[in-house]
Write a protein that binds this ligand. Structure first.
Ligand SMILES: [Zn+2]
Length: 366
């Protein structure tokens, strides 16, 4: 690659980590991402984070789909659900910070938070005390798991106006702007409400040039509706598309060929995707020439339940004893070493974790 060495924002942690596999994986990272071509410089774009704008070329190692705080779990469908009891707020902040600082220690620079309804005041308190860049989202999660003021919204224009406000002015009276749009599908076919959400999101993306990430039900149906409503395919990231779940392989290949990104996030969750299938899935896209369309992350999330922190998968039906190990840092301490053992190169992993997020956010087209 041509171009000069750009100043790496990554905080060096080599030698600080007690995790030997993490050190091996991370030691190879700085050398892999130091060069930026003139074309990439031209496409550089300022991305809003909770604590200010960051150049897309300096996002570094980025997890594209995570949750700093999360409000799901079995009780989320209860309209009286109180996600974070007042007496647990200090512990909530401290715990979120510990997870972010663990991520920073293993070389993660940026986390994209895909919780589109979030207490922005808590996010601000957390972001100010961690070196990790936090990009927040606007948009709508699954209707049943959304707060009622969002779930009850029926007017497509009102949905669009909310997203535009959070993208261009700020969230909940602050100046903190969202840098990505999150939308979601409950089942295998988009409901009428979800179609409104998707069209509103498509127009907000088109108007502002903001990329979007979806919680995938039916990957091709989502892709088709978004593109027909005018979204640039290069601005679409479809989550949870790995083996056995959301896509017909041929359709996913078509989506990658059109320029959209496909996300795999079930590392360490054999009950969703067995490891060999996960590897074969990613390998098939690399072999077809679409390594530049693969995004990997953890989709780490936990919530309060009866005063206990519960990570996804810990409860019924999976009762995963390792659920709490799937933190942001898990990507570098566990998933990357395992991918290396399974035949992926550091160059490919660097493409997934550094180049692809940067290119996704750098795209200046509408
Ligand atoms: Zn998620």
């Amino acid at each position: 690659m041509k171009g000069s060495k750009y100043s790496i924002t990554r905080r060096s942690f080599i030698g600080k980590s007690s995790l030997s596999l993490a050190s091996i994986a991370a030691a190879a990272f700085p050398a892999m991402c130091a060069l930026v071509s003139p074309l990439e410089k031209k496409n550089n774009k300022l991305i809003p984070t909770v604590t200010g704008e960051v150049a897309s070329n300096e996002l570094g190692t980025t997890l594209m789909h995570e949750h700093i705080l999360w409000f799901s779990g079995p009780r989320a469908e209860d309209p009286n659900y109180e996600p974070i009891p007042d007496n647990l707020i200090p512990e909530t902040i401290d715990f979120a910070l510990s997870l972010l600082n663990d991520a920073a220690r293993v070389g993660i620079d940026t986390i994209v938070d895909l919780t589109p309804h979030r207490p922005i005041d808590l996010y601000e308190k957390i972001a100010k005390r961690t070196p990790v860049n936090i990009i927040v989202s606007t948009g709508f999660y699954r209707r049943l798991k959304s707060p009622s003021w969002k779930a009850d919204m029926e007017d497509e224009n009102q949905m669009e106006a909310l997203m535009l406000k959070e993208l261009t002015e700020g969230i909940d009276g602050t100046k903190i702007r969202a840098g990505i749009i999150k939308i979601a599908q409950e089942g295998g076919t988009l409901s009428d409400w979800e179609k409104k959400v998707f069209r509103a999101a498509a127009r907000a993306s088109k108007a502002t040039g903001t990329p979007m990430a979806t919680h995938t039900g039916n990957a091709f149906e989502q892709f088709d509706l978004l593109v027909k409503t005018g979204v640039n395919p290069h601005k679409i990231l479809l989550s949870h598309v790995d083996v056995g779940r959301k896509g017909i392989p041929g359709e996913l290949m078509t989506i990658a060929r059109e320029g959209s990104y496909l996300e795999v996030d079930t590392f360490g969750q054999e009950f969703y995707t067995p490891w060999n299938e996960l590897v074969a899935f990613i390998r098939s896209f690399c072999d077809a020439g679409f390594a530049n369309k693969v995004i990997i992350d953890i989709d780490s999330n936990w919530h309060w339940e009866n005063g206990q922190k519960v990570f996804e998968g810990a409860g019924p039906p999976y009762f995963d004893p390792n659920a709490a190990s799937r933190t942001f840092a898990y990507m570098i301490t566990d998933a990357v070493p395992r991918l290396l053992k399974s035949g992926f190169s550091m160059k490919e992993i660097n493409t997934f974790l550094v180049d692809n997020p940067r290119n996704f956010f750098s795209n200046n087209d509408l």
